[in-house]
Write a protein that binds this ligand. Structure first.
Ligand SMILES: Nc1nc2c(ncn2[C@@H]2O[C@H](COP(=O)(O)OP(=O)(O)OP(=O)(O)O)[C@@H](O)[C@H]2O)c(=O)[nH]1
Ligand SMILES: [Mg+2]
Length: 211
């Protein structure tokens, strides 16, 4: 089973060095999927001999779609996605990978207490909406830490922060074998990229992909 890690990035210059070092220390190969970072993120990655991929368009969805494309074209079986803001500890990766090849997708589920109040409310709403519309029992559909079989995720279309919701709802829609495991969630380093309006786009994504 060939495994690769991808860090989606947009101006994560404060965290990227530590994230790369931690993933490498665990022995995994990695690349970054960036969107026009202007703070040296790409340069730091290249200095560490980490491949940098980018596709036209700014938005996390573009980054993740590029990551799936790269993993698929290079023949990897499993892709691990991990936000690059030091919120999800890379040390959780080996625990996630234990569930392959038995499972199709493994979600890192956060303790809702660790998420800021506004994000928590939005996340609970999005999670329940997916469970209701797609018939599931998921616990954290916006998690930024997940591992999955690359072959299962053809046809992603989301461009922004709705990509996580799309990947979560597809797990139910495509009847994937899903495992959820608890992961620690720490305070973010650097500036957040998500906005209030993204919460609405995520809800809209969940509704429009259903019909
Ligand atoms: N490739 C790519 N990655 C992005 C883009 N926007 C954000 N990201 C990355 O996606 C990850 C999550 O973004 P965050 O800003 O942390 O969003 P969040 O985790 O929902 O919000 P916080 O709780 O404030 O951290 C980080 O690694 C970002 O660098 C983008 O336009 N393109
Ligand atoms: Mg974050």
């Amino acid at each position: 089973m060939k495994v690769i890690v991808c860090l989606p990035t947009r101006n994560e210059g404060e965290s990227i060095q530590e994230m790369i070092s931690s993933v490498k220390k665990l022995g995994y190969g990695l690349f970054i999927a960036d969107s026009n970072s202007t703070d040296g993120t790409q340069e730091i990655a290249r200095k560490n001999r980490v491949d940098v991929y980018q596709r036209d368009g700014i938005g996390k969805g573009y980054g993740i779609r590029k990551a799936v494309e790269v993993a698929s074209s290079k023949g990897y079986d499993v892709l691990v996605l991990l936000d690059c803001d030091k919120t999800y500890p890379p040390e959780e990766i080996p625990r996630m990978l234990k569930f392959f090849p038995e499972y199709d997708v493994v979600f890192g589920v956060r303790d809702m207490k660790d998420i800021s109040f506004s994000h928590r409310l939005a996340n609970i709403f999005h999670t329940q909406l997916i469970n209701l519309l797609y018939g599931g029992h998921l616990h954290d559909i916006n998690t930024g830490m997940r591992a999955f079989k690359v072959a299962k995720y053809k046809g992603l279309t989301a461009k922004g922060f709705d990509i996580e919701a799309q990947m979560s709802l597809l797990a139910l829609k495509r009847k994937m074998k899903v495992k959820e495991i608890p992961v620690r969630y720490l305070k973010r380093a650097g500036e957040s990229k998500i906005k209030m309006s993204d919460g609405f786009f995520i809800a809209w994504r969940i509704i429009r992909d259903r019909f």
